[in-house]
Design a protein around this ligand. Sequence first.
Ligand code: SF4
Ligand code: SF4
Length: 92
Amino acid sequence: MAKKRKLPKQLAILDEDLCTGCDACVTVCPVDCIDKISDPNHPGYAMGVCTIDLTVCIGCKLCAQVCPWDVITMVPTEEVQRVPRYQELLEV
Ligand code: SF4
Ligand code: SF4
């Protein structure tokens, strides 16, 4: 069984419905765990929307600080682990 990494105290949760695809968060993430989604069925497809790989996020908050639209919220990891729709984001 793969060894689970120690999770940071908080994780960055991004609301894809509100993301404008401006790329500000992508450029600051020190571990390069924010990507643009290229799903033509997604409403934000024209500009692209971002998604965060929570299995890599180190909880540094930089993305939340730079997002001009406050789309990214830092959520305590315990809460992320409790909420079903977030839990799948933590699975590798
Ligand atoms: S909190 Fe830090 S590590 Fe996590 S997605 Fe944002 S910039 Fe990247
Ligand atoms: S900084 Fe905010 S609006 Fe811009 S791409 Fe990232 S999450 Fe989306």
